[in-house]
Write a protein that binds this ligand. Structure first.
Ligand SMILES: Cc1cc2nc3c(=O)[nH]c(=O)nc-3n(C[C@H](O)[C@H](O)[C@H](O)COP(=O)(O)OP(=O)(O)OC[C@H]3O[C@@H](n4cnc5c(N)ncnc54)[C@H](O)[C@@H]3O)c2cc1C
Length: 496
């Protein structure tokens, strides 16, 4: 008999959350804590979405998106998850840049960046301070017309080296470009610059397992292998979701839906464009997806232990003479971000070091290849990455016991994000996401969208904001609630 992944599920829940990325998980936890009945549906066989990991024979465990996040995660995890989760967050020891314009180490704090900009780059102290103050004062409600390029031109005209230092890590952190609104840069940059870059000690598996325990304690009904095919709407309200649980179809009623699937998928595939106003659909159609990524995962022999003092935790390396977003996306790779994982932060069965090389990438460069060319291109990605890494880890090819790659096609396969988008959509996706409940009562979206709401912290905090709105709706419509969902995160996000 095939397994029934919805065995024992009820016919009606106050809220159905579609997807278990960090936004979906956080929304589900807050809503259940507030007293609502919550069903969490995930199409994959494990929770976490992009916040994930995989194991390989030999005992290697690779993290996909645990390269670094801002300090704000400590507060968000403590408030919306648990003290224990918050206590596992630790600062990265060192961040490095190595490119034809400059090589440097930094703690990635405002203090250190200020020092380097003044002493190494020769920028006037007043300019540096004014720039930091301006970035820090930006918030979500500011002017959205000014671009990041214009922001840099105001403070550092003609200084491509300074722009590279300030922009390259943020482009990796959320896919943003010089043409995106300055606020999407300023908010994310200031979040990182508050105290440096942080990681989760113990690995993504430990985090997601701890979150699952919290969800169970909060009373969330968690179901994996449950692919939502349709959100049904009756009149102007959501009514139910239709689920494909590995072949078994079932429809479950609900008072509200929080979709953690991509915003475009939510509108065009799950609900159907005929249910929305024409102007809204025109705007939704214009929403651009963010780029995708490639990664190469390398495990060294056990006991071939690298030194964090020599390599750091994060290395932004590039051979491109200038910083250009287009070059960062090109299949002809010149820029790679290496994450070095040491046994103290990423425990393995035996002490060993792992390296993950990440690049931004275009989906079509991979999806349009024939099966043979795709495999050859993946192999080439592994080989060229080993060549490039040799500069920092000599003889890495001989020292590696496991090397494999993932591509935009892999990210699409595992998360169902169109074009394997790593960071949801570009900025315009945020207004569409926020506008859903005005179009269809009880329909919400929480998840990577609009750059600010992406990454671990952005996705999690967006989950909080949306949970609060869903709680308000359920309270005012008379559904059972303590009205206790958390408040004030919109302000926290811009201030943290
Ligand atoms: C290679 C890479 C590196 C990254 N590195 C970092 C980093 O170092 N720091 C950082 O902060 N961020 C990083 N990110 C980004 C970060 O991981 C994401 O922004 C964040 O995890 C996204 O969370 P989310 O809530 O938007 O949901 P997602 O993680 O996108 O998850 C959505 C979930 O919904 C599920 N789903 C979709 N459709 C359905 C359906 N119809 N039915 C049921 N389930 C469905 C999917 O399976 C998935 O589990 C990285 C991302 C990538 C790809």
């Amino acid at each position: 008999m095939p397994k029934d992944f919805l065995q024992g599920a009820r016919d009606h829940y106050d809220v159905v959350v579609i997807g278990s990325g960090l936004a979906g998980l956080t929304s589900a936890n807050i809503l259940a804590r507030a007293g609502h009945s919550v069903l969490l549906l995930e199409q994959h066989y494990k929770l976490g979405g992009m916040a994930t990991w995989f194991k390989r024979p030999g005992g290697h465990i690779f993290d996909i998106s645990l390269h670094g996040f801002p300090y704000g995660m400590v507060k968000s995890c403590r408030r919306y998850w648990s003290q224990e989760i918050a206590d596992s967050i630790v600062q990265l020891d060192g961040v490095r840049f190595d490119n034809p314009m400059f090589s440097l180490w930094t703690s990635f704090t405002r203090e250190d960046f200020t020092k380097q900009l003044i002493e190494k780059f020769g920028v006037e102290p007043e300019k540096v301070n004014a720039f930091f103050d301006k970035a820090r004062s930006m918030n979500f409600y500011d002017d959205q017309q000014a671009t990041t390029r214009e922001l840099f031109d105001e403070f550092f005209p003609g200084r491509e080296d300074v722009i590279r230092l300030l922009m390259e890590p943020i482009t990796y952190a959320n896919g943003s470009t010089l043409e995106d609104p300055a606020i999407s840069y300023g908010i994310v940059f200031s979040n990182f610059m508050s105290k440096g870059v942080f990681t989760f000690q113990g690995g993504t598996d430990k985090l997601i397992e701890a979150m699952e325990q919290e969800l169970i304690a909060s009373g969330v009904d968690i179901r994996i292998n449950c692919d939502v095919k349709r959100i049904h709407v009756r009149g102007d309200r959501v009514e139910s979701v239709e689920i494909d649980a590995k072949g078994a179809r079932r429809t479950i009623k609900c008072g509200a839906v929080v979709s953690n699937a991509n915003i475009r998928t939510t509108i065009f595939d799950l609900v159907g464009e005929e249910k929305f106003g024409q102007d809204f659909i025109d705007d939704a159609r214009a929403v651009r997806l963010n780029n995708s990524s490639t990664q190469v995962y390398i495990a060294l022999q056990p006991d071939d232990l690298l030194e964090v003092s020599e390599l750091g935790d994060l290395l932004f390396s590039s051979t491109a003479p200038k910083f250009e977003t287009g070059a960062l996306l090109s299949r002809d790779i010149t820029s790679r971000t290496y994450s070095f994982y040491y046994p103290k932060t990423r425990p393995q069965r035996e002490p060993r070091c792992l390296i993950v090389s990440s690049t931004n990438a275009n989906y079509r460069d991979w999806a349009d290849l024939s099966p043979d060319d795709y495999l050859a291109s993946k192999q080439d990605l592994c080989e060229t990455t080993l060549d490039a890494l040799d500069k920092y880890v000599p003889n890495v090819r001989e020292r590696a016991v496991h090397v494999e790659a993932s591509t935009p096609v892999s990210f699409k396969h595992y998360t169902h994000h169109p074009a394997g988008a790593s960071f949801g959509t570009k900025f315009e996706g945020l207004a569409i996401s926020r506008g859903l409940p005005q179009q269809i009562g009880g329909l919400y979206h929480a998840g990577s969208v609009g750059i600010i709401m992406s990454g671990w912290l952005g996705a999690m905090n967006y989950g909080v904001i949306v949970a609060n709105e869903v709680d308000n709706q359920l309270v005012s419509s008379g559904s059972r609630s303590t009205g206790g969902a958390e408040r004030g995160v919109a302000e926290d996000m811009t201030a943290s």
